[in-house]
Design a protein around this ligand. Structure first.
Ligand SMILES: [Zn+2]
Length: 71
């Protein structure tokens, strides 16, 4: 049972690290981008999700900033 809990904790840590690695998240369908912690960013389907390490990267690829989180 302890092993199982350790696995769950490891999985959560990995997922958190993944979210922190991408500062900006774009939606390939709507062409909008968000701060990774925006509630809308978290609703983007995995298949439409695009990650950017900088704002410039998102803008240069034709994405427009979200009006809610204004990245
Ligand atoms: Zn947003």
């Amino acid at each position: 049972m302890k092993k199982f809990l350790a696995l769950i904790v490891a999985a959560i840590v990995l997922m958190t690290a993944h979210v922190l690695a991408a500062n900006y998240v774009g939606n390939a369908n709507s062409k909008k981008f968000h701060y990774a912690n925006c509630t809308y960013a978290q609703k983007i389907k995995a298949s439409n999700r695009v990650e950017f390490s900088s704002r410039e990267e998102a803008v240069s690829r034709g994405y427009v900033p979200c009006k809610k989180c204004s990245p």
